[in-house]
Write a protein that binds this ligand. Structure first.
Ligand SMILES: [Ca+2]
Length: 272
């Protein structure tokens, strides 16, 4: 687990490489889709954090001109993130958008809290960060990506949904997708998992600490006992090597448990 390469951001704490032993577990081949989340909401009446807050973060170029005119707040350190009123899982780009033509895409604008609630309903749980990385590596040892060390395949094909062009203003979408791709797209890794790199960030169960790998347990690590942010893994359709090369399989990031964005989703795990 982890990497000793210096490709990532020092503050993320991707190293040192360390051996971890895990109990057998199950993990879903795909992230939870809009259709699946819709069924959960229909059965439970669940209201997401974004719906309670009345807004969520949407990437600037995905917002319609009309909705963009209503935006009054952006993230100061990342002004391409708009605070969009009425953006939620059913309206990924704001009130004039819907999910009818992307029911097989990952659900987004779901917080860690929302993900945990879905997992409980489904009789599953979020993977630990260690389980996620083990599964994402697909049986390969210390490779950069879930399929090997090269971003493109031998025949030049894209193997995941990230950003091509110049971030954050020109997305050439050479991989076929400006925003999310269907949860089951691109080639799966050696364990049959789809889209572990790119597409959407995936919530893990653990609290995040950049120092955690320095002295984490070697058997079934479950993250620090306390924290402010939960771990997210895998990167998203917005990742580009010039800005955020966190589509590497050892890359780590985090967000607060009530945060939601248009590029964060989750996949479920379960005890074997
Ligand atoms: Ca893309």
């Amino acid at each position: 687990m982890g990497t000793d390469s210096n490709e990532g951001f020092p503050d993320d704490g991707e190293g040192p490489v360390h051996k971890v032993t895990l109990k057998p577990f199950y993990i879903d081949a795909c992230t939870v889709t809009n259709a699946e989340f819709q069924l959960f909401v229909q059965e439970t009446g669940y209201v997401t954090d974004a719906e309670k807050f009345g807004w969520s973060f949407v990437f600037h170029s995905l917002v319609s001109e009309q909705v963009a005119k209503t935006v009054t707040q952006v993230v100061p350190t990342a002004p391409w993130w708009y605070v969009v009123e009425g953006a939620d899982w059913q309206h990924p780009e704001g009130p004039d958008s819907d999910i009818s033509n992307r029911l097989d895409h990952p659900v987004v604008h779901v917080s860690w809290n929302d993900a945990v609630a879905y997992c409980a309903w489904a009789g599953k749980r979020l993977p630990t960060e260690a389980e996620w990385e083990y599964a994402a590596r697909g049986g390969l040892v210390q490779k950069r990506y879930p399929w090997g060390d090269s971003l493109l395949s031998e025949d030049g094909e894209h193997q995941c949904n990230i950003w091509q062009g110049e971030f954050p203003y020109r997305n050439t979408a050479e991989d076929g997708f400006v925003s999310t791709a269907p949860a089951k797209s691109f080639r799966p890794n050696g364990f049959g998992l789809y889209n572990v790199s790119g597409n959407v960030w995936e919530w893990c169960a653990d609290w995040f600490s950049p120092n955690y790998y320095m002295n984490s347990p070697t058997v079934d690590p479950k993250g620090p006992p306390i924290g402010q942010n939960r771990v997210i893994r895998g990167g998203s359709y917005l990742c580009h090597e010039s800005y955020c090369n966190r589509y590497r399989v050892a890359a780590r990031s985090s967000n607060t448990p009530d945060s939601s964005t248009g590029h964060m989703g989750f996949r479920c795990a379960a005890d074997a």
